[in-house]
Design a protein around this ligand. Structure first.
Ligand code: MCN
Length: 790
């Protein structure tokens, strides 16, 4: 390993510009003659739009124009699409209601956009937006997933019972039979609380139309600019791909919420042409972000687990109601199906699984992928019921898990996935050791002396990420393939530019991708530039989500590097008058076997462009290669997390006393970055377990948690002390990519919630506690126990 190659703790190259305030985010970009957009949003959860009067607002200072659905329809601008077709178990297609970029005829959630005001300044646009008079006919609404199929509030005409689909996976008859012969059955009702992503940078867009070249540019806070370009050109009738450039510059976090194509960015592109070619800029304020960013989770589930007399799991049966919100967002339909139910086997050998999912419309913001996307919900359900079963059977939860672990690979689960490699026992052993599990009882006694209840909770998670083989996702309903592209350009002086379809918005790709190049070509890491996020520079890409940039994006780069190395060897052979088979390449130097002839990588690069020393009809001039990599399987990172909590009996406050995370990510490129990813993910998981929750008022349909006064983000004080936040790794090589890598970007958010809740229920001696386990929730849960003791 070189000091900048694979496995090195290289400091993040991109951080210099971020921590010195030199990052270039969408809102930092200002174009000549730019106007500003402000959206008029619905104050009602569900209502018909009777009329929109813009006359007074249009006369307000600085107003350029105001648009509603009328103008959108005049220009035949298509609605937003959901890119993953799910079929119900009766074979019918999912019921996708219309999703116009500005609401047409009806609003369906508080925050739905109704009109856009374009003005000279943002303040003028905002002031005029307040003067737009919308007359609404209020309709009954429903914000509760559990009530969606019973309510009279019908969100879309196409779905009379608000059901988008009723999807199932697994063998119901075999599962029912296994339950009939079970020695023990554990049952649990669970809610996976709705979350609001809260990336540091809110969404923003600048749409710009050039009247001369009839070319559009969109600057946007996107995790996948190429997909944005594809969708906008294919479905919105705005511009063909060659006339639309999408640039996602520095992006301040996304956590999934910036994968999707939203109405605001399409509106900015369209409105720019409509007002004669002036650029139109929109930046969400935080309140708009709470209301209109796609939310995450929101599952209501019933689960049953069957065991035989030896404590072996024989079957799992699950019914989940998953809220989709008011509209189907870009990838939403895939989340509770292929990203959730397919993971219900977890790390366990469960011969029979049957899951049925009802996806439902509610009068709330759309729900889509949020860090983990389906996999946190699956892990939460499984790890809560496994822990509960172990307690009911009076088997140590670590032992119960070990008894049921999959130990032979590859392993075909009953719910589609073929796990390729893993060693779950090794992760459990290491986590038990690092967390000093064997001495938990003495720590519990010490806490009790201080009047605190101490508990320990496990989470043995697995996720499928690095998504995924194109043919496989296509057969499961995806509208696109999930490969990745790379282009490696070696300049004549031996410096390297890598153009990648992945998009970095906090994950440190400019460093880890450069580490791969440094390792492979032996070039200085500072002589490697990673180019991403611009459809005019990178030809095509599928973007960053599903922890795929390492396993899929870097593999594409690796394959392009293979071609670079092969071509460079031919050039070196020609220059050194040797056979290509006799050329060795190591640490940036080409040598001829058995001789002292050698050339540095930079010399070969120069020779490739000078072209004097070889026949250019045999070896093409230049050193530039591309690769489109389509993976052969998902990757399956897995691990064991153990959380210890201390609960204050007087206040119900939960403190994370210690947290141990042991993960298997295969080959690790940069341990420092990976540790940061795990810590960040765990912080979000602790947030879900203890603090966060989006609440819509049942009666008014208003989002009650629409600001940081009401939506409780995790803070440093909610985390375990750094000395008690222990990270460890185990290693099994991923067989489906040459680097042996598995994704790490979501693991913490997937694993942490059940570890924390299992620890709290253990501390309190209760069966279930709802997330977020706020002090009040915990205090209430303790009262029966206290009353019994009195
Ligand atoms: N890496 C590594 N060794 C491995 C695996 C990954 O060194 N075995 C490195 C990669 O090279 C990359 C980073 O770790 O620099 C994360 O890689 P990966 O797991 O492939 O995840 P992605 O880069 O595809 O990022 C997506 C993932 C997801 S899905 C969410 S959600 C998320 C996350 O990353 N959103 C984030 N981490 C985030 N971090 C920040 N700061 N901001 C977000 O919005």
């Amino acid at each position: 390993m070189s000091d900048t190659g694979i496995g090195a703790r290289v400091l993040r190259k991109e951080d210099k510009r971020f921590i010195t305030g030199k990052g270039q985010y969408t809102d930092d970009i200002n174009l000549k003659d730019q106007a500003y957009a402000y959206f008029v949003r619905s104050p009602h959860a569900h209502a018909t739009i009777k009329s929109i009067n813009t006359a007074k607002a249009k006369k307000m200072p600085g107003v350029v124009d105001i648009f509603t659905a009328k103008e959108v329809e005049e220009d035949k601008i298509g609605g937003l699409i959901c890119g993953w077709m799910i079929h119900s178990k009766d074979g019918s297609g999912m019921k996708a209601g219309p999703h116009p970029i500005l609401a047409s005829g009806k609003v369906r959630f508080v925050g739905d956009q109704v009109a856009v005001v374009i003005a000279e300044t943002r303040e003028q646009a905002k002031a005029a937006a307040q003067a737009v008079v919308v007359s609404y006919g209020v309709l009954p609404h429903n914000v509760d997933a559990a009530q969606a199929m019973k309510t009279k509030a019908q969100v879309h005409d196409v779905a009379s019972d608000n059901r988008v689909y009723n999807w199932s996976i697994g063998d119901e008859a075999a599962t029912d039979a296994a339950f009939k012969s079970a020695a023990h059955v554990t049952k649990l009702d669970l809610i996976n609380n709705r979350l609001i992503p809260n990336a540091m940078e809110t969404r923003a867009a600048i749409g710009s139309y050039d009247t001369g070249s009839e070319h559009y540019t969109l600057y946007t806070t996107s995790q996948n600019p190429h997909v944005a370009r594809l969708v906008i050109s294919a479905f919105h009738g705005l511009a063909p791909e060659h006339k639309l450039r999408v640039i996602a510059p520095d992006v301040g976090g996304g956590f999934g919420s910036k994968i999707f194509i939203y109405g605001e960015e399409v509106t900015c592109v369209w409105a720019s042409k409509r007002i004669g070619g002036r650029p139109v800029k929109w930046t969400a304020d935080r309140s708009e972000a709470f209301l209109s960013d796609a939310h995450g989770r929101d599952h209501v589930s019933h689960a049953e687990l069957a065991m035989d007399a030896s404590g072996k799991i024989t079957a799992l049966k699950v019914h989940t109601i998953a809220s989709m919100g008011a509209y189907l967002s870009t990838f939403s339909s895939a989340v509770p199906t292929y990203l959730y139910a397919t993971l219900l086997s977890g790390q366990y050998n469960i011969p029979n699984i049957y899951a049925e999912i009802d996806a439902v419309y509610t009068n709330t913001a759309p729900v889509d992928a949020y860090r983990g996307a389906g996999r946190p919900e699956a892990t939460y359900l499984l790890e809560r019921i496994v822990e509960t079963a172990a307690r009911e059977l009076k088997i140590d939860p670590a032992e119960f898990r070990r008894r049921n672990f999959i130990t032979v690979f590859p392993h075909q689960t009953p719910v589609i996935f073929m796990y390729d490699a893993g060693d779950y026992g090794a992760a459990l052993d290491k986590a038990l050791e690092m967390s000093d599990y064997k001495n938990f009882a003495s720590r519990k006694a010490a806490s009790a002396k201080n009047g605190k209840l101490r508990g320990v909770g496990f989470s043995a998670y697995i996720e499928a990420c690095g998504i995924a083989p194109s043919a496989a996702v296509g057969s499961l309903g995806a509208g696109v393939g999930l490969w990745e592209s790379a282009e490696v350009r070696v300049n004549a002086v031996g410096t390297v530019e890598v153009l990648t379809g992945s998009h970095s918005h906090g994950q440190g790709h400019e460093t880890t991708f450069a580490q791969l190049v440094s390792e492979r070509l032996g070039v200085d890491i500072n002589n490697v530039a990673i180019v991403h996020g611009d459809t005019d520079k990178v030809q095509m890409g599928m973007g960053t989500y599903g922890s795929r940039s390492g396993a899929v994006g870097m593999t594409a780069i690796s394959k392009a590097l293979d071609k670079i190395e092969a071509k460079a060897k031919r050039v070196a052979a020609a220059v050194m008058e040797a056979s290509t088979d006799d050329i060795d390449f190591k640490d940036g130097t080409f040598t001829v076997k058995g001789t002292d002839k050698k050339m540095a990588f930079g010399e070969v690069a120069l020779a490739a462009y000078v072209g004097h020393k070889f026949n250019s009809s045999e070896i093409e001039i230049g050193l530039k290669e591309t690769s489109f990599h389509d993976p052969s399987n998902f990757v399956f990172p897995a691990g064991v997390h153990i959380c210890e909590v201390e609960v204050d009996q007087d206040t119900g406050l939960t403190k994370i006393a210690s947290y141990t995370a042991v993960d298997d990510f295969g080959t690790i490129i940069n341990p420092m970055i990976v540790e940061g990813q795990v810590q960040g993910g765990v912080a979000q998981g602790i947030g879900q377990a203890l603090l966060e929750g989006a609440h819509y008022d049942r009666d008014s349909g208003q989002l009650l948690t629409g600001s940081y006064m009401d939506y409780n983000m995790p803070k440093a004080a909610n985390m375990p002390h750094i000395e008690n936040f222990k990270l460890g790794f185990t290693f099994t090589k991923c067989p489906s990519n040459p680097l042996g890598m598995k994704g790490c970007g979501e693991a913490g958010a997937i694993a942490a919630p059940p570890a924390v809740i299992n620890a709290i229920t253990n501390a309190l001696g209760v069966r279930e506690i709802a997330m977020p386990a706020t002090p009040l929730t915990v205090w209430n849960a303790m009262q029966p126990m206290k009353r019994a003791a009195e």
